[in-house]
Design a protein around this ligand. Structure first.
Ligand code: PEP
Ligand code: MG
Length: 757
């Protein structure tokens, strides 16, 4: 049993080094390799499978029947070996046959062996083979043994690529076809753009994996770390966006990783095992990737992407191949392609030349998406395999709204795309022209249109759209994009900046809605096994129990609002007493600030969100206590129908224009009007023209919506005869309502000349 991973890997690498340097044919080398590894880790079987003509072929073995060499073949995904290659994952099993993917191959004579461990041999991020060991004893392999195997697998990838033994291992990004092709993805930042494919980073191919001089390799890594840290510090100092804020926080996350002792230690250990600097970094990165795959928490996975971003940077620094496409100068119309992109990497690009970004991975909450939105660059994510389908220089038509990209389009496709793009731009220009026009209905009723926001850069939306204010500022966004809990001062700075930018226009700050599915990695708010996180321990339920968090936020808000009117809103209020407690907590902080002679807001207005149906049964109790009510239709409808808002199977089942929702909302609106309490809707429903029209038709004249919807909704409002609509809605919601009002309302709007974009 080896003493340590480094010692055992080092011994193997020294022997492999000699074997690789010898002038023997590749097959003889492989035969030697399985002997060396088998002896070094005292394994009864050691086998190498390589990908040839799309199948994994047994190329060399010590311990299995020699007749099976070049005979035993497994498809990708078939058996344990195929599973390892397909998922680029490690398997470590004390009883191989009990794994569901186990496929018995009689010609190998492997029935004697029980335990099995295998690691993928990776070239350019894809598995090109598998290295496996087996034992007669049913025992799991120790971590040090697995790590030694992974290190050896890296060296093997160099050997087999040099010997030309594998399928197209050195032809990344070569398209499988040059025909036009449509590639689907996920909508991350909406928009359209056409341009030529540019790879963010031609992958660095590691030429040498076994070190000649370990100390020299260590020195190279140290110096690369120094240079990388300098770069990150410089970027943080120059952060162009918003002069601080979220981007600042992103860079802080980078900094945290760049100075992380654990990371540099692991790379150092890999160097100790005999690898070159490049191979050591890649080796640690491979392990990180494997871990990442096992992490379910999307927020934590995003942080891991940040780390991977830095690892790539380090790899480029150490190998002297620094240029990303950003540094080598972009062509005029570029669509950038990357497996994933770090926010700082995106910030390096000239945004005028960047027409879009396509990621193989990516998720809505990733930092890079926040940055892309701020830069106004459309992003398509989860475009699986894009790097295999698209070559550098291919023309691409990106349409994120349709969640797709066309590669190598025909002239007819280009023409259709251009037409759609122009139409979109025309429409955008028409909506922009409405910026200073008030949203007044054709019969003279003023509607209030506010925007939903949550990030520092979102406040620009106020000026761009000419909205009346921010009707929902989701304060948890700052928490979600931070690597650490934002301290009170940082919260206060953000709130003050938002209020400054809004000027005279009101801003409604919603206290944090975290917990449940919006778990924060640094804050233990989520009971991990909550079965229904949306109905779980979240929002006000967390805030009232963990009141330290809410107290800090209350002080940050009250101090930021000094001298002005502060609007505070509590999420997920289910019963009136919850509102009372939250308000009391704020009032106590107000007294605390006052007692210290500090400036307070001129007025504080407290509101509640109505998202939980139960609250509607106690409006008589609640309304006299609150200053305003805002309906969160996203949550409300899921609770009203008992239909998970994130479940795609239910997405089409219940309509926002169903009589149940509209009658419910009308009842709440009537109660508010009778009590003289202002009422707004701040869920997504209000951002859709027909739905917004229906809301106005039941007496709701205040909407807080996504900024992109302000233009279309304003156009709808200005073409609407509100009183006529109210009369029609009263009829439709009367004695025999249809299953949904959608068709009737569309027909009415068409007849009445209402503009529905
Ligand atoms: C809502 O539930 O409608 C709402 C506005 O809040 P969120 O989408 O942030 O839950
Ligand atoms: Mg909600």
């Amino acid at each position: 049993m080896p003493l340590s991973a480094a010692a055992s890997a080092r011994e193997i690498l020294t022997r492999l080094h000699d074997c690789m340097a010898a002038r023997t044919p590749a097959q003889a080398k492989l035969n030697q390799v399985v002997q060396i590894i088998g002896e070094a880790i005292a394994s009864e079987v050691c086998s190498i499978y390589l990908l040839r003509e799309g199948v994994l072929e047994l190329f060399a073995t010590r311990g299995l029947a020699q007749e099976a060499v070049h005979v035993t073949k497994l498809a990708m995904g078939e058996g344990l070996v195929g599973t390892i290659a397909q998922n680029t994952e490690i398997l470590n099993l004390d009883e191989a046959a009990s794994h569901p993917a186990f496929a018995y191959r009689p010609e190998t004579g492997e029935e004697r062996f029980h335990s099995f461990a295998g690691v993928p041999i990776i070239r350019r991020e894809r598995a090109v083979g598998v290295l496996a060991v087996q034992h007669a004893d049913p025992r799991p392999y120790a971590d040090v043994e697995i790590e030694a195997l992974q290190t050896v697998a890296m060296v093997l990838s160099e050997l087999i690529a040099n010997a030309g033994l594998i399928d197209g291992g050195d032809a990344p990004g070569r398209p499988q076809s040059t025909a036009p092709m449509r590639i689907m993805g996920q909508k991350l930042v909406d928009g359209m753009g056409s341009g030529y494919a540019v790879y963010h980073q031609p992958r660095i191919v590691i030429e040498h994996t076994v070190a000649e001089d370990t100390e020299a390799e260590r020195a190279r890594v140290y110096s690369a770390f120094d240079r990388m840290r300098e770069q990150i510090d410089r970027m943080a100092a120059q952060a162009e966006f918003g002069g601080g804020g979220e981007h600042d926080e992103v860079l802080q996350t980078y900094r945290m990783f760049a100075y992380d002792e654990g990371w540099s230690r692991r790379i150092n250990e890999a160097i100790d095992s005999g690898l070159t600097a490049e191979a050591a970094i890649e080796r640690v990165q491979q392990r990180t990737r494997q871990r990442m795959r096992q992490i379910d928490d999307p927020l934590l996975a995003d942080r891991m992407h940040d780390l991977e971003d830095l690892a790539n940077r380090l790899l480029r620094t150490v190998s002297g191949q620094m240029g990303t496409a950003a540094q080598s100068g972009l062509r005029q119309d570029t669509i950038l392609i990357a497996r994933n992109l770090g926010p700082a990497e995106l910030l390096e690009y000239d945004r005028r030349r960047l027409k879009g970004v396509i990621l193989e991975e990516g998720s809505l909450t990733a930092h890079v998406i926040i940055v892309a939105r701020a830069m106004g660059v459309p992003v398509l994510g989860r475009a699986r395999d894009i790097r295999r389908q698209v070559a550098e220089g291919d023309l691409l038509l990106l349409d994120v709204g349709e969640a797709n990209v066309f590669a190598r389009p025909t002239p007819a496709m280009e023409e259709a795309f251009e037409g759609k793009l122009q139409l979109r731009q025309k429409r955008k220009a028409a909506f922009a022209a409405l910026k200073d026009v008030p949203p007044v209905t054709s019969d003279g009723h003023r509607v209030t249109l506010m925007v939903n926001a949550g990030l520092r850069d979102d406040v620009h939306a106020l000026d761009i759209t000419g909205a009346d204010g921010i009707g929902l500022f989701r304060t948890e966004f700052q928490f979600l994009v931070s690597a650490t809990l934002p301290q009170r001062e940082r919260q206060q700075r953000l709130y003050r900046d938002v209020l400054d930018a809004a000027g005279q226009r009101p801003v409604v700050f919603r206290t944090v809605d975290i917990g449940g599915d919006k778990a924060l990695p640094y804050l233990n708010t989520s009971a991990e096994d909550e079965e229904n996180p949306a109905m779980g321990w979240r929002a006000l339920r967390v805030a009232l129990e963990r009141d330290g968090l809410m107290k800090a936020q209350a002080r940050a808000l009250l101090e930021a609002g000094a001298g002005r009117t502060l609007n505070v809103m509590f999420p997920m209020v289910s019963e009136p007493w919850e509102f009372d407690e939250a308000k009391a907590l704020f009032e106590a902080q107000r007294s605390w600030i006052q007692a210290r002679g500090r400036r307070l807001p001129a007025a504080v207005r407290y509101g509640a969100m109505l998202e939980v149906p139960a609250l509607a049964e106690q409006l008589d109790v609640l309304l006299p206590r609150i200053d305003f009510l805002s309906i969160g239709t996203n949550d409300l409808t899921q609770f009203l129908f008992a239909a998970d808002r994130a479940n795609p199977k239910l997405a089409e089942r219940y309509d926002w224009l169903s009589p149940s929702i509209l009658r419910f909302l009308r009842r709440v609106a009537d109660a508010c009007h009778a009590a003289g309490v202002p009422i707004a809707v701040c869920g997504e429903m209000g951002g859709r023209p027909l739905e917004a029209m229906a809301l106005i038709g039941i007496g709701i004249d205040r909407l807080s919506i996504t900024p992109a919807a302000v233009g279309p909704i304003k156009a709808m409002v200005r073409s609407l005869d509100r009183d006529a609509l109210r009369a029609r809605m009263a009829e439709l919601l009367g004695d025999a309502p249809p299953r949904t009002l959608r068709a009737d309302l569309s027909a009415w709007a068409a007849g009445a000349g209402v503009e529905l974009a």
